[in-house]
Write a protein that binds this ligand. Structure first.
Ligand code: UDP
Ligand code: MG
Length: 160
């Protein structure tokens, strides 16, 4: 389900992370996955998907009145996206830190956007901005049976 089995476990928080078409085209899937893996987060789901426009319009519906909305949807529809769900303690907020600021020129070096891109309209990755947003986005992009509930072998070496 969108929720991990044990929802009361803070380690079971989930977020939706997507590598946008520019990140896929530029060969950055592996590097982006690696950063979340190295941090200690658990991959729950992942797929390469050329998203339909309706899905993208829904995904970004809160930005529908922004001047960049149509361009944003066209950019996201310009090629396949690598969609993922990651799980772990504070993964929503920490995932945003790993991605960096929305505008790559404001993203610190060491973050994904800080290291790999320049323009806000080509910022290579997406991450949910809140726990409720994450639940909505996971349900939008993934079917229930695509989300894998499994024990992480490293768990006791990552969490105290
Ligand atoms: N975006 C843009 N121009 C802007 C602001 C945002 O093209 O002035 C794009 C950018 O790709 C961003 C996406 O719209 O990642 C969603 O905007 P949001 O403010 O939600 O930023 P995010 O949550 O992705 O950091
Ligand atoms: Mg956002």
């Amino acid at each position: 389900s969108v929720f991990a089995k044990n929802m009361t476990d803070p380690k079971a928080e989930r977020t939706f992370i997507a590598i946008k078409p520019d990140g896929v085209q530029r060969g950055l899937i592996g590097d982006i996955i690696k950063r979340f893996e190295q941090k200690g987060y658990k991959l729950v789901a992942g797929k390469l998907m050329w998203a339909p426009k309706e899905l993208l319009m829904n995904h970004y519906k809160d930005l529908a009145d922004k001047p960049f909305y149509n361009g944003l949807v066209a950019y996201m529809a310009s090629g396949p996206v690598f969609a993922m769900v990651w799980e772990g303690k504070a993964v929503v907020a920490t995932g945003r830190k790993i991605l960096g600021a929305t505008n790559p020129l404001d993203s610190a070096p060491g973050t994904i956007r800080g290291d790999y891109c320049i323009d806000v309209g080509r910022n290579i990755c997406h991450g949910s901005d809140a726990v409720e947003t994450a639940q909505r986005e996971i349900a939008l992009w993934f079917k229930d049976d695509e989300l894998n509930d499994y024990e992480f072998a490293d768990k006791k070496w990552i969490y105290e």
